[in-house]
Design a binder for this molecule. Structure first.
Ligand code: 5CA
Ligand code: ZN
Length: 409
């Protein structure tokens, strides 16, 4: 698959700070010190509906990670998947009375347009599950041949007992895992499983459903977690810097992915750091395609909302917070964008050197975007109050906001 076009990231004077970020696996803050090429895998969408504010907020968080790395003069190798075959996609296509491939294609096109409008940096590889099947099948065969997977009526399950580190990403106990597994695509009550939370690696072909050649596995389709493992191992191998997604992916998805990869390679860890964004809600409930309580990026764009304002609305919440999307959040962002644009449109202003240092420090401190916005607000207020004579200042503010926050003023 192809990704979407990249917006320019202006270079800033001086040097950025190393990122201190909350790591889900250790439950504490770590300072990330990647090599010259930082490696980031962020779980992509399941394309059965349009991009909503929750997705956008999560991708915005990982865009900030990249911008902080770029500011430390590192390159970033970013990989993202598209889950273009999975139960929810087939269910929605059936409900719509349309072809599942057409649905996936349409929503993936729209996602790319939304990402472009929001100026989220594109992955170097944007990879679909379907195109990854030839990579997935041998991994499942290897797990089975090593005794880390078993067959149940033609389906192949991963045995979580095969990974000594199982449980270390989420830190959850067995009962909590069982509940989340039932909620998030697992089948803990299926008789015959060794452990109720063992996830499917390969689902034998079902009548009326698409299936692919699975070599010795027989025809079928891949499970969800092995998809991201195959893609991350293909482009990174073990021990890449960050795996990211929303907090609903901590268990089972990232826990299982780590265990699949660890059982396959005998190495640990899969990702050095696991980073998770909070959930965006609407009307008191997590925004989700299955509940249908959604605000779409594309719908706001169609209404004429400036994508830069949408981005400022996302940035006004800390990425780890669970928060609620409201009309006020957007109205405040629209107002802020206007204020900032007026402030940088003057030919000179108060010095922006302190502002650059403050924005850098805020983002390096567990991506504290609200603190970064507050710093720019202060500069804009000083500009509005008595201005200043520094001719380079408005330009430096624009470049800072562009390079570090992804907002074009
Ligand atoms: N295809 C899988 C990942 S491999 C998947 O979870 N797709 S998704 O379309 O359901 O979600 C895409 C990303 O958006 C995931 O990182 C998910 O955690 C995040 N996400 C989904 N809903 C929300 C929400 N309400 N708030 C914040 N992030 C969300
Ligand atoms: Zn994933």
């Amino acid at each position: 698959m192809h990704a979407w076009p990249a917006s320019e990231v202006p270079a800033l004077p001086g040097e950025g700070r190393d990122l201190r970020i909350h790591d889900t696996a250790t439950g504490g803050r770590v300072t990330l010190v990647p090599g010259p090429v930082a490696r980031l895998y962020v779980c992509g969408i399941t394309p059965y509906d349009a991009t909503h504010m929750g997705h956008a907020a999560t991708y915005n968080a990982f865009d900030l990670v990249q911008r902080v790395w770029l500011d430390t003069k590192r390159q970033v190798h970013y990989v993202q998947n598209v889950t273009d075959i999975d139960d929810p996609l087939l269910e929605r296509a059936a409900a719509n009375g349309e072809d599942w491939e057409a649905l996936a294609e349409r929503e993936t096109v729209l996602f790319r347009e939304d990402m472009t409008a929001l100026r989220l940096l594109p992955p170097r590889q944007y990879v679909g599950a379907v195109e990854s099947i030839p990579k997935i099948v041998p991994l499942v065969e290897r797990l089975r041949d090593a005794g880390a997977a078993y067959e149940l009526d033609g389906d192949i399950y991963f045995s979580v007992a095969s990974d000594a580190h199982f449980g270390e990403v989420s830190g959850l106990d067995a009962e909590a895992m069982r509940l989340l597994s039932a909620e998030r695509g697992g089948d803990p009550d299926r008789p015959g499983k060794k452990n109720p939370v063992d996830p499917m690696l390969w689902m034998a072909a079902r009548p009326g459903e698409p299936s692919w050649d699975g070599a010795s596995l027989g025809p079928g389709r891949p499970g969800w977690h092995i998809e991201c493992v195959a893609i991350a191992l293909e482009y990174f191998g073990m021990g890449f810097d960050v795996q990211g997604g929303g907090s609903d992916l901590i268990f089972p998805h990232h826990e299982m992915g780590a265990s699949h990869a660890q059982a396959l390679t005998g190495e640990h860890p899969f990702a050095k750091t696991y980073v998770h964004a909070g959930m965006v809600a609407l009307h008191g409930e997590k925004m989700s395609k299955s509940k249908g309580n959604l605000v779409f990026v594309s719908a706001l764009r169609r209404e004429g909302v400036d994508p830069a304002a949408i981005r400022l609305a996302l940035l006004s919440h800390h990425y780890r917070a669970d928060w609620e999307w409201t009309d006020d959040v957007l109205a405040e962002a629209v107002e802020r964008l206007g204020r900032w644009r007026a402030a940088v449109s003057r030919p000179d202003g108060p010095s922006a050197d302190a502002l650059l240092a403050e924005v850098r420090e805020a983002l390096a401190d567990d991506l504290d975007a609200p603190a970064a916005l507050a710093a720019v607000d202060r500069w804009a207020a000083a500009q509005a109050a008595d201005g200043g004579t520094d001719e380079g200042a408005p330009g430096l503010v624009s470049r800072t906001v562009d390079a570090l926050l992804g907002v074009a003023l």
